[in-house]
Design a protein around this ligand. Structure first.
Ligand code: COA
Length: 327
């Protein structure tokens, strides 16, 4: 079967910067604590009125331009997000309309911070089977609207953004997305969640008062799960291609916490220098984080033709996965 290849990338971050110092005025925290425990120095916040689809479209336009794809040539749009513009319809529907991608069918994938990796895996299947020639994969999230700004455990970690990639059939049978491995453990759903606002617990005055429509997290449990899951699944994805971590040239990873990344790289025995890091500038941008990192690494000229790239991401669910790409 024909492999899918990433032929263009793009990203978008809102212009409003929130520094750790700014957060010292919002919650009982310090630049020192946040920097030491997470590696984050600042994050971006969407402007009032700016929606997730607006950020997604900005990133998508860059990816389309770089790949030389016109909007009407796109057959499929998959948006990884859990902060769509509204509960219904999907964020992808708005993206399709705003781009004028009138020949594309479009839908969202809900896998939180692993959203773009899941979306890429879905799109890749359509390309491999020949059903689709051009797919637009987007990760976009607007977490500053779902964090509890009174909870110092979570509000310091997240920021807003979007990243995009265009997939097409690879012309070279050796190059492209070699494998994707996706995993879920729903028994861990409660450690990272937005409890209210869905069918189980619709928004009421009480949920608003108790902030249950905002993000809640057991940070230590998430941390432990992330380190184990990301290193195991990366090993699996590589092994399925007959490869080992020592052969990896670049790691493009979900940017949640510098200590998680260091621990994962240590377990894989891959030097941390091979991992693109931008969480100091953007914090955790959820589904946007992986495609934003990929776009930055590509535009910086870091990834060369023929390089082996390992991608890894984890999010609420818990959902996680890895992909191996020969660039
Ligand atoms: N500023 C200052 N102190 C803070 C703080 C903040 N922003 N957030 C938490 N603390 C405090 C806690 O209240 C706790 O105080 P206590 O000991 O008096 O109770 C103390 O710091 C230590 O908390 P702990 O949870 O042990 O810290 P930690 O070293 O585990 O770091 C996280 C906390 C959240 C940074 C870390 O657990 C983490 O990154 N987890 C993964 C989160 C994540 O990546 N989520 C998204 C996944 S996609």
């Amino acid at each position: 079967m024909t492999l899918a290849q990433i032929i263009g990338t793009g990203s978008y971050a809102p212009s409003q910067v929130i520094t750790n110092k700014d957060l010292e005025k919002v919650v009982d925290t310090s630049d020192e604590w946040i920097t030491e425990r997470t590696g984050i120095k600042e994050r971006r916040q969407a402007a009032p009125g700016e929606a997730t689809s607006d950020m997604a479209v900005a990133a998508a336009r860059e990816a389309l331009a770089l790949s030389g794809t016109r909007p009407e040539e796109v057959d499929l749009i998959v948006v990884g997000t859990i902060t769509a513009d509204m509960p219904m319809p999907s964020c992808a529907a708005f993206v399709q309309a705003k781009l004028g991608a009138k020949n594309a069918f479009a839908f969202d994938v809900a896998a939180a911070c692993a959203g773009a990796l899941y979306a890429m895996s879905v799109a890749e299947q359509f390309i491999r089977t020949g059903r689709v020639k051009r797919a637009l994969v987007i990760g976009a999230d607007l977490f500053t609207r779902i964090v509890n700004w009174k909870d110092r455990n979570t509000c310091v970690l997240f920021g807003d953004g979007a990243g995009a990639m265009v997939l097409a059939p690879s012309e070279d049978p050796q190059r492209g997305i070699l494998s994707t491995h996706l995993r879920t453990d729903g028994a861990l759903a409660e450690i990272l969640a937005v409890p209210a606002g869905g069918s189980k617990e619709p928004v009421t005055e009480e949920t608003l008062r108790t902030q249950r429509h905002k993000l809640t997290m057991n940070g230590r449990e998430v941390f432990k799960c992330a380190v184990r899951a990301l290193s195991d699944t990366t090993q699996e994805a590589l092994a399925s291609c007959g490869l080992v971590p020592a052969q990896v040239d670049h790691v493009i990873a979900h940017q949640a916490n510098m200590r998680i990344l260091e621990a994962v790289m240590q377990r894989l025995e891959v030097p941390v220098e091979k991992c693109w890091i931008n969480l100091d500038k953007y914090g955790n941008t959820s589904a946007a984080s992986l495609p934003m990192s990929l776009d930055e690494a590509c535009r910086a000229g870091r990834i060369k033709r023929g390089d082996l790239v390992a991608m890894l991401a984890i999010g609420a669910g818990m959902t996680w996965g890895s992909a191996v790409v020969r660039w």
